[in-house]
Design a protein around this ligand. Sequence first.
Ligand code: PHE
Length: 348
Amino acid sequence: LRSDLLSAIAAADTLDAIEGVRVAALGKQGNVTALLKTLGGMSPDERQTAGPRIQALREAVTGAIADRKAALERAALDARLASETLDMTLPANALAPGSVHPVSQVMDELAEIFADLGFAVATGPEIEDDWHNFTALNIAETHPARAMHDTFYFPDDDSEGGAQRMLLRTHTSPVQIRTMLQQKPPIRIIAPGRVYRSDSDATHTPMFHQIEGLVIDRGITLGHLKWTLETFLKAFFERDDIVLRLRASYFPFTEPSAEVDVGYTIEEGKRVIGGSGDDANGGWMEVLGSGMVHPKVIAACGLDPDEWQGFAFGTGVDRLAMLKYGMDDLRAFFDGDLRWLKHYGFGA
Ligand code: PHE
């Protein structure tokens, strides 16, 4: 019996099998248990010799089962560890990193340039009311400039009408008004953001980006305006030979007003910003609207125009990006086409 049991234990190759052997030997109906029970019916003499042998058998079997069980458990753990190893040499799944959009990039560049000149960044709502977008900027209800703005109006149900009427802002100039109403001069801010006009072709999209500049202080002149624009355009285009041309113009909210052109020259068949536009191989490109803040606008914001003067300017961020990075179709900015971004060096 002893050698039968020991070989059955050695042959058991699963934890279930070894449990089966244990029950068959040491369980209630087990054959070793049965042997132990025979001790009760023996004479003292017989028990004296058979007792220790049966006990020794029981201990041997119990010990062999425990050893075998431990060995099987160790083997099971080893197998599990082997099957669950991580192969650190496998290549990782590729994660496509995002990249900064040219419009965001240019807005960041502008914020940095103007921060160096002491300008803070101001913001205002894209859903604006008629008063901030037009009236306070000296664009009265009947002003022809309103027609030029191709405004998206919200339905005017509750017929508050007039100054209360809501619209999508057509320019960043209402941020001038909000800033003057909120802050005491001196004021030096830029206001980048989205603006909306009902217009769409290769150079117009219904949503585009502008950046507004506003300075209000005592004794501000056109000279300050010109120096600021020159300094900013030199930094933005990273060239010292930027030449500006201020052309008399008209905006209801500035007087006098100037449109600002920047000179470009043809280098290797391409338009490059820099140099005088009057050169034989050059020309002028309009980049900005600007002027001295109209006294009526200053007064509409509760400031005394005899004490406070200032200048303002506004320009298209998308346009600046096109000029700096050489893109030619504005609509591509908002198509989300990665090939286009990569082509201009923005994709990862
Ligand atoms: N708001 C004007 C526009 O949308 C630009 C501008 C801003 C002009 C500030 C003068 C001063 O075109």
